[in-house]
Design a protein around this ligand. Structure first.
Ligand SMILES: Nc1nc2c(c(=O)[nH]1)N[C@H]1C(S)=C(S)[C@@H](COP(=O)(O)O)O[C@H]1N2
Ligand SMILES: [Mo]
Length: 330
């Protein structure tokens, strides 16, 4: 098995589980990046997915393909197709149909963009997006994403641990939670007049959850800048929690002593708890959470997959919930 031998004993980079041509294109791109060209044209990448025929961002967020050393950060499962990742979305500010965000999020202006970091921190400050892009080295993280609705994807994100940002603002001893406030601008977001959720879309984590190295500040996916519909220019990816915990297009990060109120909890407290850890043993009041449909596997004979405790990240995050009753603190 020459092929296997070629890989040696190293854990293969996520890029190696994408088709060979893609990997080669990525390597060429990395070489160009290393040579110092900043915002590159996306010709190679675009060619890869020419059949998709969807508009794609034309610049790279940052160096992609850098393998993460964070344990659990790279699942070897088959990646969900770029087309599915970017056309089957939940971003209610742009509509509630899965195809709405891809169609409507073109109106989102991602520059200029700032993220205010405030509350219980010794060094509160507002970061410009350009600063955030350079704050820490970008890594590729291939995470499972499990939506509370019962479907899942495998997405190669680009970003760095949220803890990199948190360390720099120095939380005070009173900081117990982190609140994430996302953009709410009627001029850019057609559905803000609707009342499906209270706007802005707000989410939160406990500080130790926010500090876990798996909690990712994402700026890109598939080695490219985040498409608007996926939460450009900056969003969270918290892989062991239901997808709605990962706010898109973040504008404010606030450290608090009290548990923040969140939009989904406000909309339906009995259905969407603050924790919302992926848990096959705690059903949503209206449906089972034991199984999931992997997007891209929905053919006639496709079987649903068993949902894993903490979405398969139990080894990395289980200890955060030691002694907690996860049925009560859903
Ligand atoms: N601001 C905002 N963030 C959001 C949402 C939203 O409607 N608005 N939807 C959430 C839900 S329910 C999911 S499953 C994920 C989907 O992310 P994706 O479209 O990039 O796969 O984003 C989450 N973040
Ligand atoms: Mo979701």
């Amino acid at each position: 098995m020459l092929f296997l031998k070629d890989r040696g004993f190293q854990h293969p980079a996520a890029s190696e589980i994408t088709p060979r041509t893609v990997y080669e294109q990525r390597r060429r791109l990395l070489q160009l990046m290393a040579a110092g060209s900043g915002g590159l044209a996306m010709a190679g990448w675009a060619a890869r997915d020419a059949m998709a025929q969807i508009p794609r961002p034309n610049k790279l967020a940052a160096l992609p393909g850098a393998r993460s050393t964070v344990p659990g950060a790279t699942t070897m499962e088959k990646l969900t197709a770029y087309t599915d990742v970017t056309t089957y979305n939940n971003y209610y500010e742009f509509g509630t149909d899965k195809s709405d965000p891809a169609r409507a999020a073109g109106s989102l202006k991602t520059r200029p963009w700032t993220v205010a970091v405030e509350g219980e921190v010794k060094k509160p400050r507002t970061f410009d997006i350009e600063e955030l892009l350079k704050l820490a080295p970008m890594e590729e993280r291939v995470y499972r994403l499990r939506c509370v609705e019962g479907w899942s994807m495998v997405i190669p994100w680009v970003g760095y641990s949220l803890s990199e940002l948190i360390k720099r603002v120095e939380p005070t001893g009173n900081a117990k939670f982190v609140e994430f406030v996302t953009l709410a601008d009627k001029k850019q977001m057609p559905e803000l007049g609707s009342h499906v959720l209270s706007w802005p879309y707000v989410e939160g984590l406990r500080l130790d959850e926010a500090m876990n190295p798996l909690t990712l500040l994402a700026f890109g996916l598939y080695g490219e800048v985040l498409p608007n519909q996926n939460g450009a220019p900056i969003r969270l990816a918290v892989p062991w929690k239901y997808g709605f915990k990962s706010g898109k297009s973040i504008v404010k990060i606030r450290f608090t002593e009290k548990q923040p109120a969140t939009s989904w909890n406000h909309a339906a407290a009995s259905e969407y708890g603050f924790y919302s850890n992926v848990n096959p043993n705690v059903d949503h009041p209206r449906w089972s959470q034991a199984k999931e449909r992997r997007i891209g596997e929905d053919g006639l004979f496709a079987k649903k997959r068993a949902t894993l405790m903490f979405n398969g990240y139990e080894a990395q995050v289980g200890q955060l919930y030691a002694g907690m009753d996860l049925k009560k603190l859903y």
